[in-house]
Ligand binder design. Sequence first.
Ligand code: BDR
Ligand code: CA
Length: 309
Amino acid sequence: PKKIIIDCDPGIDDALALTLAHGSPALDILGITTVGGNVDLGHTTGNALRLREFLGFPGIPITAGSAGALLRTPVNAAGVHGEHGLGEARLPEATLPPAEGHAADFIIDTLRAAPGEVTLVAIGPLTNVALALLKEPRIVEWAREFAILGGSYTRGNHSPAAEFNIAADPEAAAIVFDAGWTVTMIGLDVSRQALAVGEVVDRMRTMGRLGADLLVPCVEFYGMVTATEGPAIHDACAIAYLIDPSLVTVDPAVVQVETAGRFTSGMTVTDFVLGDRAPNALVGTSLDVPRFWDLVLEVYEDVARRIGG
Ligand code: BDR
Ligand code: CA
């Protein structure tokens, strides 16, 4: 399996993405790192810990990172994810603490220990990844692959021009895109196709405790506040891509993050016309929606069987 580190801000769709990553035999999670984003760092870390308890992966370290953006005042998405970040999910209290140390150091140390072997994926604001890059630029060479859920080349969701994870810390995102590696950018253009429509939720309802305590209350809460056709399960798209890259079409591009714009701060300005420039990103442009849901729901069914109830 592919070894990965997941940097996240759970967050409803983060929790659904972590469940997918944990359940997939194609991935081996070496660690989870948390960042303030959808809700504050205390809650994103607490949610990761409770999810670990619920799903039963006590051996995977969870390391907290940055509470806020590099320069900007924190924003959050509690209006979308609920005050505590996981809607109405019912997860047990965590019995195990987070790991010692800072997320950025966990990322650096884990990549350094196995150059060329470990994939890094970020599904929250990019603050921890930027801090890791500032402290140890060689992670660019050590990472096998780096992917994010974030950005967009068509529209925003936090503002007309900017997607939430980029808008939450545009300076961090600019550091990450300018670091000299290739960023696989799975953005809203892809993730807004991953809608948990009625049939998807109906199948989740058959999944015992996993469905009743996590998936259904999360998706229903998310649905109330986001879309009419069903909410977009953004973060799961980046994980699904790592499990099976053929699910997402990606095109090379030069992506630059707007940090100065009055109306466009956090925009991922994406140029598919490369000329003689080298691309710094592979940008997701479409999702094979039926195969995406087949994959996700099959993995969830497996996890549901394992945790029972
Ligand atoms: C992203 O923003 C967050 O609210 C979600 O968890 C996801 O990572 C989508 O724009
Ligand atoms: Ca997220």
